[in-house]
Ligand binder design. Sequence first.
Ligand code: 13P
Ligand code: SF4
Length: 309
Amino acid sequence: MIRDIQDEIIRIKKENDICILAHSYQGHEILEVADFVGDSYKLSVDASKVTNKNILFCGVHFMAETAKMLSPDKRVFLANPLAGCPMAEQMEPEMIEQIKKREPDRKVVAYINTTAALKTVCDVCVTSSSAVKIVKAMDDKKLLFIPDCNLGSFVQKACPDKDIMLLNGGCPVHAAVTAEEVAEAKALHPNAKLLVHPECRPAVSEQADYAGSTSGIINYAKSSDAKEFIIGTEISIAEHLQYECPEKRFYILSKKIVCPNMKLTTLSEVYNSARSIASGDGEAFEIIMSDELIAKARVCIDEMLRLGG
Ligand code: 13P
Ligand code: SF4
């Protein structure tokens, strides 16, 4: 049954010039029909190179918006219109503009998990895999890092020569993990390496053998000689790694690290979206942005690609 739906999606996308981009947090059955899979940095680079007329994004809203900004002449669709990211919605542009008025020499660094509207008031964008590299590459010393204070403090530690101001935002999924859960997982699996995403609190990240982006965690686990790993990011990553590396053992750090928004997209929705794009019935959820918004919000993404590419 699943195979039949996947075959249909593959047929429809080929016949209708549709490219499917999927974030690594999506389920395995979706990754299997995608043309590009990766973390948010890789997907933004992939989106800028896509040659198809249509992009179908399996992930959350800000990612599809980013793809639209990087490929404004293409039609970009989000497989599930309800898949948002609470962190991306946490701050309004007016709030950042007020800080900029008070401190005009402070450059604003925005995590890519932000709305396009917020990006219009930011100087440079970063992803979890490019944040440290880009902040180091910036000539400016005084920065405001938004919205994730956990990723921000991870960057702060890696760039001690910078004066980085943080605000109180973050990913509710990763931030829910506690230091006590780390102690419990380590006691249960004393030989396992702990790999965590820097969206986790410092009390968690600081205990990790490796802290880094989704693809950083995947690469570390695949290339390490170790045989056991505790995975401190969305649980789908532990599942994908277990599938790809059957000779190793992967444990989840906490049952709480399930992103409900990433889980909203199902294979049926990918199928229905692809069918609607093909038939032009208007049912697929298209990302519509004005040229002005794209032009303004894209400046900080282009700056990220310039400094980190
Ligand atoms: P990355 O894809 O940048 O690792 O971020 C993880 C995440 O939370 C996606 O929303
Ligand atoms: Fe947003 Fe966190 Fe889910 Fe990523 S894991 S999409 S940051 S809520």
